[in-house]
Ligand binder design. Structure first.
Ligand code: SF4
Length: 71
């Protein structure tokens, strides 16, 4: 199983939370964060980062199913 990770550059406010929580998965660019790679093995840390984003700019999908942020 592989998860797909996206950051909405339009929504991200560059808080840096995701890069601080999961530096192995996210990096903060000048204006917004980016996933280091978009296809990743499932990891709880990714869900924590998606849940912690203040503007819910991180989307994690398992195929067509959204797994993060959690409701
Ligand atoms: S936590 Fe959300 S708002 Fe903050 S840098 Fe990451 S994607 Fe952007």
């Amino acid at each position: 199983m592989t998860w797909h990770v996206e950051v909405s550059g339009a929504d991200c406010i560059a808080s840096g939370m995701c890069a601080a929580l999961a530096p192995e998965y996210f990096e903060l660019e000048t204006e917004h964060a980016e996933p280091i790679t978009s296809e990743v093995d499932p990891d709880e840390v990714l869900l924590d980062a998606a849940d912690s984003c203040p503007v819910q700019a991180i989307l994690i999908r398992d195929g067509d199913r959204e797994v993060g942020p959690r409701p």
